[in-house]
Design a protein around this ligand. Structure first.
Ligand SMILES: Cc1cc2nc3c(=O)[nH]c(=O)nc-3n(C[C@H](O)[C@H](O)[C@H](O)COP(=O)(O)OP(=O)(O)OC[C@H]3O[C@@H](n4cnc5c(N)ncnc54)[C@H](O)[C@@H]3O)c2cc1C
Length: 454
């Protein structure tokens, strides 16, 4: 049977290969690193359970539930604790709660009064001229005004992209916002109507509650279950170094545990970061490689700070984000042990600080000790945590999160046209149509379905 080679064993590659195999295709995963999961890995140490990359996923994607069910871990999905319901933003020198409803927003001091009134004027905003790709910053100022954009939209993008408001494309990075504008003109009107429609349409007792979730045992539980299901079809320590066309499809040159090998495949799916795909494809199509190389990545550092029982009170809420205009060193902080209490045993407290991003890429170059000290200083100054941590763990991702900058959609269509000239070659993963775990799983499922229907 013709082999489908899936290059990269992150969540995209694993989900794709698993779905292909469950539909009777002979798919193999080639993962360069020593373990599967890509940026997703859960570690257990000193009474803390830490995540190297993502912390959670929103339980609103049927493909994610379906994947979890198909590898036997749907019953291990765990929702965030009710204590994590509130969220905070650090603005004008202090933490302020994010209001849960439009009337609460109007009464809150999250933004100065003038800025809140300007947000109300959004009801009268016109649509953008069609076909114009604008930055999230421009889009936000048109709809919500300058201050709300710098506080609310910047925090929103930081929470997903750790990016730069002026560089991200509104349409590529937040297609929902552009869709609301397209369908309803005003985002506020659109949001209210959508919520109303959802309330009337949602069947009671639906499994997808849109809650923030992880798995018992962390996100690594899903990776481990996929690894078990794939068995020897997922090969670690197998770095794909070259790709050429062969008579019946593709020939991959693979360095596997120090040895060179070749693999013939009828189809190849590259789920590796875009710059790795660019390297592999540049001998085949320089212009395709150029488009892939043009997708930038923001570096990001994850700093876990853990406290022994009784050393510091457990914080309330999910955590807080810090807009760029505050000029702080931290992008945001997750109250990890409040969100998922099982991540810290016996009354321990765990904070996860995110640093760097497009805003401060230099910070990711600091050594681990300096990053931990900086995170601790920020936690003290922003959230008043004066105790010294008993546990620290620092993970640096020099190319952490792909950035859907202005021109991204145009790049994607140029990439699609180039791929049409290379039959049997496909691209998937977080660099193209969504960076969240749900996006990766949904797009992997759609590609698997397209490949099996041929
Ligand atoms: C710090 C951080 C926090 C995040 N937080 C969240 C969150 O809370 N919620 C959420 O939904 N999303 C979050 N994300 C985003 C999400 O986790 C990722 O977008 C997603 O996991 C990426 O999966 P992937 O398979 O596309 O890529 P990756 O995980 O990057 O996997 C690609 C794989 O390809 C392998 N590879 C590279 N080169 C080769 C080669 N030549 N041959 C073979 N293999 C190769 C790599 O080793 C890697 O394993 C976060 C991301 C980061 C970095």
């Amino acid at each position: 049977m013709a082999v489908i080679a899936v290059v990269g064993g992150g969540i995209t590659g694993l989900a794709l290969a698993h779905r292909l195999r469950s539909r009777g295709k002979d798919a193999v995963v080639l993962e360069a690193g020593p373990r599967l999961g890509g940026v997703i890995q859960t570690r257990q140490r000193d009474g803390f359970s830490t995540e190297t990359g993502p912390n959670s996923f929103l339980d609103r994607e049927p493909a994610t539930r379906e994947l979890a069910a198909s590898v036997g871990v749907e019953d291990r999905i765990r929702m965030a604790d009710p204590a994590a319901k509130s969220r905070y933003l650090y603005t004008r020198g202090q933490l302020r709660p994010v209001p849960a409803s439009p009337p609460a927003f109007l009464k809150s001091d999250l933004l100065p009064l003038g800025a809140r009134l300007r947000v109300l004027a959004e009801l009268f905003t016109g649509r953008a001229s069609p076909g114009r790709d604008e930055s999230l910053g421009d889009f936000g100022r048109r709809h919500l005004g300058a201050q709300a954009t710098s506080v609310l939209l910047d925090s929103m993008q930081t929470g997903t992209y750790a990016g730069d408001l002026e560089a991200l494309s509104a349409e590529a990075a937040f297609p929902m916002l552009k869709q609301l504008e397209h369908e309803h003109r005003s985002l506020i009107l659109g949001a209210v109507r959508t919520q109303k429609a959802r309330r009337t349409a949602a069947p009671t007792g639906t499994a997808l509650k849109g809650a923030m979730c992880t798995f018992e045992g962390g996100l690594g539980t899903l990776v481990d279950a996929l690894a078990r299901a794939l068995g020897p079809a997922a090969r670690t320590g197998a770095e794909v170094e070259g790709l050429t066309r062969s008579q019946d499809g593709w020939r991959l040159s693979v360095r596997e545990r120090g040895q060179h090998a070749e693999l013939e495949a009828s189809q190849v799916v590259l789920t590796v970061p875009a710059h790795v795909s660019a390297e592999l494809l540049s001998p085949l199509d320089a212009s395709l490689a150029g488009h892939l190389k043009a997708i930038p990545y923001a570096p990001i550092a994850v700093v876990h700070l853990g406290f022994a029982p009784g050393r510091t009170p457990a914080p309330d809420g999910f955590g807080f984000l810090v807009p760029a205009q505050e000029q702080r060193q931290v992008l945001g902080v997750i109250h990890a042990s409040t969100v998922f209490p099982f991540r810290a045993e016996g009354g321990r407290v765990l904070y996860t600080c995110l640093m760097g991003g497009a805003r401060r890429p230099d910070l990711v170059g600091l050594d681990e000790e300096a990053l931990a000290a900086l995170a601790q200083k920020e936690l003290r100054e922003l959230a008043g945590v004066t105790a010294s941590p008993d546990f620290t763990e620092v993970i640096r991702w020099p190319r952490g999160i792909p950035q859907y900058t202005v021109g991204h959609l145009e790049r994607l269509s140029a990439i699609d046209s180039a791929l049409a000239r290379l039959p049997g070659l496909h691209l998937a993963g977080n660099a193209y149509k969504g960076v969240g775990i749900n996006d990766c799983i949904r797009t992997a499922a759609a590609l698997a379905d397209a490949l099996t229907s041929r």
